[in-house]
Design a protein around this ligand. Sequence first.
Ligand code: NAI
Length: 340
Amino acid sequence: MNVRIGIAGLGRLGRVHAQNLLSSVPDCSLIAACSVIEEELQFARDILRITYTFSNYEDMIRSDLIDAVFIITPSGFHCEHINLAFKYGKHVFCEKPIGLDVHEIKQTQQIIQSNQELVFMLGFMRRYDESYRYAKSIVDRGEIGDITLLRCYGIDPTSGLESFIAFAKHNFSGGLFIDMAIHDIDLVRWFTGHEISQVWAIGKNSLYPELDALRELETGAVMMQLDNNTIALIVAGRNAAHGYHIETEIIGTKGMIRVAQTPDKNLVTIMNAHGVIRPCSQHFSERFRDAFIEEAREFIRCIQEKRSPQVTAQDGLQATVIALACQESYEGNHLVQIDY
Ligand code: NAI
C-alpha cells in the first residue's frame, strides 16, 4: 500500500520532514502541504513539486486525497490538529511535544486510544538514532548494571539565538524545558523504564537578560530523582558557541556509557596552524538526519503492518507533565513533586 501523506507546517523542521518523505522514505507519496505562510506554499509547489497546497489545516485533513498527516506545526496546535486528523480518519505522525496543556493532552490521548485502527506516532527521533539505539541495547542487556545516574546536555547553537529572541518577543515556546529538555526527559524515561518523581530546575539568562520577562531561558539545569532513586541531571540551552551540542552519559553499577561526548560532525580531524580541530555538528537536521528518516520509515511500516509505534501518546503526556514541572520549579524556585 502506498501511503498518501499531507504535511502541516513547512517551517524549520517541516521542510526537513517534507524532503525526507519525498526522497528517502519508501511506500509513501507526499502529495499535500499546509502552511499559513504563502511563500512556503509556493516553495511546496515550485521546489518540492507537491500537487495540493492548503492555507487551512481542516481543508487539508478532511480531504480524501490523503491517508496520513505529518503535524509539524507550532506546539500549541498539536492537540487540536491531532484531534481533527482522527475525526477525519487519518493516521498521525506528530512532532514533539504532543501538547503544552496536560488537560488537553489527556483528551487527545482518549481520542487516540478509541481509534486503535489508526496509527499515532510522536516524534522523539532520538529513539531512532543509531548511537542511542546501540546504547539502549547495551543497557537492556545489563552490561552496565543498574543505572544510578544520567547526565544529559541539549544545547542549541548560538547561531540560532538571534532568531529565537525575535520569535520569543511574539510567541511563547512553552519554555526551555518543554521546548528543548523534553528530548532528554524522554531519554531518561526510555533508558531507565522508570518515572521521574521530583525535579528542581534553575536557569540563567546572560547574553539576553530580556528573556527573563518572556519566561524563556538561555541556559537551564534540572536535578531529578526517579521513583527508584536514580538521579538525572539535565542541562538545556540555546547558546553553545561551537554548534549543536547533544551529549548523554549513563552511569551504571558495572560501567558507563557516553553518547557523543563531543558533538562531532564526522570522522574528520584537521591539523593546522590553529592546532588539532574536530568539526562540529551545527544543527538538529544535521546531527539527527538519519534518525528523522528512520522514524518516518517506521511510521509508514506501522501503517502497512497495522502495528503500533514504540513512542506512544502516554510517552508524550509524561514528558510534558515533567517538562511543565521543571518550568514550575524554575519559576517558583522550589522543588516540585510529580504525582501520577
Ligand atoms: P516554524 O515556526 O519554523 O514552522 C511552523 C510551521 O507551521 C509554518 O510552516 C507555519 O506556516 C505552520 N503553521 C502555523 N500555524 C498553523 C496552522 N494553524 N495551521 C497550519 N499550519 C500552521 O516551527 P518549527 O521550528 O519547524 O517547529 C515546528 C514543530 O516542530 C514544533 O512543535 C517544534 O517543537 C518541533 N520541532 C522539533 C524538533 C526536534 O528536534 N524533533 C526540532 C525543531 C522543531
